[in-house]
Design a protein around this ligand. Structure first.
Ligand code: FMN
Length: 194
């Protein structure tokens, strides 16, 4: 199952539109797609207790954070869409990633080893968008922040990031340039054989 995590609350925005194109192509190419709109989830923020490190599960009352952890655990590949908000990913998506740390990496307690990735070898792709014009859409402090922050997490979790589509200065599907559509369709077809 290929998990699509849509971090945009705008159903006709750039991120959702591109993710839809990718998902449609992937389905046509035979992929089993599971789609999640992150802003529709009900997830309590992490309380920073760090109990999930030894326990490997979150101590908060069961909510969509736990359910998403289980879904992510069972995916064979991951596509994350994230509009750039304040030089980062949207808070809703960040809250989700903060709640599922033990699903993404594991710790060997009482050693100085870095956390180990739990999704080594699984393929992934990232779609981001911002109102920053080129080349500011590439700067980590500006439009590139969503890409940088999502990349950091997926890299730590061991995902093999195969494609990153970072669309600058675009408001909706009508404004998306042809080359981004071509890249999205190509990615969707490739995902069919992931
Ligand atoms: C809360 C908020 C913060 C934003 N911060 C930035 C920013 O720092 N830099 C930027 O270029 N665009 C920023 N934007 C604009 C969005 O990145 C842009 O509209 C994006 O294309 C929205 O993606 P969507 O159409 O997929 O929802 C921000 C938008 C919102 C709502």
């Amino acid at each position: 199952m290929i998990l699509f995590l849509n971090g945009s609350p705008r159903k006709n925005g750039v991120t959702t539109s591109l993710l839809n194109i990718i998902a449609d192509e992937a389905r046509s190419a035979g992929a089993q797609v599971e789609w999640v709109d992150v802003n529709k989830l009900s997830i309590k923020p992490c309380i920073g207790c760090l109990k999930c490190r030894p326990d490997k599960k979150c101590i908060l009352p069961r909510d969509d954070g736990h359910r998403m952890g289980e879904l992510l655990e069972s995916c064979s590949a991951l596509v994350v869409g994230a509009p750039n908000y304040w030089g980062s990913m949207p808070g809703t998506l960040k809250i989700l990633f903060e709640r599922i740390v033990p699903v993404l990496e594991y710790y060997e307690l009482y050693t100085w080893r870095l956390p180990r990735p739990r999704h080594k070898g699984k393929k992934a792709a990232i779609v981001t968008s911002s109102l920053s014009p080129f080349p500011y859409n590439l700067l980590p402090s500006q439009g590139g922040g969503a890409l940088r922050t999502v990349r950091t997490i997926l890299n730590t979790a061991g995902f093999d990031i195969r494609e990153q589509i970072n669309v600058p200065m675009t408001r909706d599907l009508a404004q998306i340039g042809e080359r981004w559509l071509v890249r999205a369709k190509k990615l969707g077809r490739e995902i069919g054989s992931w």
